[in-house]
Ligand binder design. Structure first.
Ligand code: AMP
Ligand code: ZN
Length: 488
């Protein structure tokens, strides 16, 4: 695995090019991904970003890295207009639903986890919340103030962008020039506290009616949205870490501000490789909560949406996402999903028939080379669609062997099985369609009915009745006949 490990290239948004991946500490990777703001159900667009980074995480693990994967939960500080003004998204939802903000957070965090579980995502190693790290955020603000890059104003604290830009280029990630940014920002209502419109909030002073607020050296308030990710990534991954990911739409201002905050606090740029996933679109437009142009995963799984002809298994949806590169946009259509379903079933079928291959003396295809192409695809900036194409080369080969038109040796069968399983299941995270609960119940029922049969043979009528009545109260009827016992 060493060779493959040393050949991984990652497109670094900061450099604007693919770079060979070299971790800060050999053998270890620190990975931070911006998590959801938990004020509504995650839509399929959000899921795409989280599934993309799940694939990234899985491949790093497959290469043998020990990965500390941190993905936060934003439960305070993200304001409605994504800037420094307006209501907190969670507080607003809590007000509308007449609930506690933490009830909103609980409900949608649960939804988020359940959806990602269905997509077979692996949980991060640490999932910190913004409200659980107020102290760390306050300390970071203090460090930034001490270093001269932030100022207090009327109980709020703002990051001084122009001052920072004198020492470090602001806008390096998103390729924006500070002069353009300055001329594009206009004075908005309520920006009176700021010295310059480009400055952004690290801490906001809270009015009396504000519900989510904490004491701080500057009075009662709440942290700015960008700060939580800086504070939590520093706490768990260090002042400098390997990979930071998120959707493309977070590049500016969120990630740009994270770079500025980290650099201002520690003197070091916090992240080596910045990775950005592209958007899932619907009708050619970004899926988004605010415009209503979105689909919910639950709608796909049930088929309950006018845009859909039928329901889809979560694995089909995941496979659909893997057929596009994470840096390309992907448009959702039911035609595309139907095509993915066909491909997925074909792949699963071949995975099954791979176990029945008959070995020959020679292989008519270079299996080692084929497997090398799996690695080459993923090492080229996690190119999952190329990997999928190579997996289909393998499918074709497996089917030809089974049809008697190609041959494979016993050694190659073992190799192919191992690597196909690794790339399909472990790397792409694609599993077989979940068995229906009924078929999972079959072996359990066989066992119970066996036990009942034993009891009857021993004339232990008490136990046999207990089993029958217990099953009846669970809605399962047992019928005895000459042919044996059946249930439904
Ligand atoms: P939010 O909860 O709005 O902070 O978003 C959570 C994540 O979903 C972020 O990384 C966003 O970049 C990402 N995201 C939002 N909309 C889309 C979309 N249409 N396609 C892909 N990712 C998205
Ligand atoms: Zn973030």
């Amino acid at each position: 695995m060493k060779e493959e490990k040393e050949a991984l290239k990652i497109y670094n948004s900061l450099a604007g090019s693919k770079e060979l991946f070299t971790p800060i500490n050999e053998g270890f990777v620190g990975l931070y991904v911006c998590g959801p703001t938990v004020y509504s159900n995650v839509h399929l667009g959000n899921c795409r970003t989280f599934i993309s980074f799940d694939m990234v995480y899985r491949y790093l693990v497959h290469l043998g890295y020990k990965v500390r994967y941190v993905r936060n939960i934003t439960d305070v500080g993200h304001l409605v207009d994504d800037a420094d003004e307006g209501e907190d998204k969670i507080a607003k939802k809590a007000r509308l639903e007449k609930l506690e903000p933490m009830e909103i957070v609980q409900q949608y965090t649960k939804d988020f986890h359940s959806v990602l579980d269905q997509f077979n995502n692996i949980s991060p190693s640490i999932e910190p919340t913004a409200t659980g790290h107020i102290i760390e955020q306050i300390s970071m603000i203090q460090a930034i103030i001490e270093n001269g890059f932030a100022y207090e104003s009327n109980g709020s604290v703002y990051f001084n962008v122009e001052k920072y830009n004198e020492a470090h280029p602001y806008g390096e990630l998103s390729g924006r020039k500070i002069e353009d940014l300055i001329s594009n920002t206009r004075e908005l209502d309520g920006q009176g506290e700021k010295r310059a419109p480009l400055d952004f909030a690290l801490w906001k002073n809270a009015s009396d009616e504000h519900i989510m607020k904490w004491p701080s050296p500057w009075g009662v308030g709440f942290p700015g949205w960008h700060l939580e990710c800086s504070a939590m990534s520093t706490k768990y991954l260090g002042e400098e870490f390997d990979i930071h990911g998120g959707g493309m739409d977070l590049k500016f201002p969120h990630h740009e501000c994270e770079i500025a905050q980290g650099t201002a606090a520690t003197g070091k740029s916090p992240v080596r490789y910045w990775m950005h996933g592209n958007m899932l679109t619907l009708n050619g437009k970004k899926m988004s909560k605010s415009t209503g142009n979105n689909l919910l995963p639950s709608e796909l799984f049930s088929g309950d949406n006018d845009l859909l002809e039928k329901s889809y298994d979560p694995m089909v949806v995941r496979f659909f996402m893997m057929q596009a590169h994470y840096r390309s946009t992907l448009d959702f259509t039911s035609d595309a999903l139907n095509a993915s379903e066909k491909g997925y079933l074909k792949l699963m079928e071949a995975m099954k028939s791979m176990d029945k291959l008959t070995p020959s003396k020679e292989s008519s295809l270079n299996v080692l080379e084929l497997i090398g192409s799996f690695y080459a695809a993923m090492n080229d900036d996690f190119n999952a669609p190329i990997l999928v194409a190579k997996l289909f080369d393998a499918v074709k080969f497996i089917n030809s062997v089974n049809a008697g038109n190609a041959t494979i040796t016993a050694v190659d069968i073992e190799l192919l099985q191992k690597e196909m399983n690794a790339f399909v299941h472990d790397v792409l995270g694609i599993s077989g369609i979940s068995e229906s609960s009924e078929s999972r119940l079959d072996p359990v029922m066989d066992l119970i009915l066996d036990l009942r049969q034993d009891a009857r043979q021993n004339k232990d009528w008490g136990t046999s009745d207990k089993i029958r009545d217990g099953l009846a109260s669970a809605g399962i009827t047992v019928k005895d006949s000459k042919e044996g016992t059946t249930w439904n």
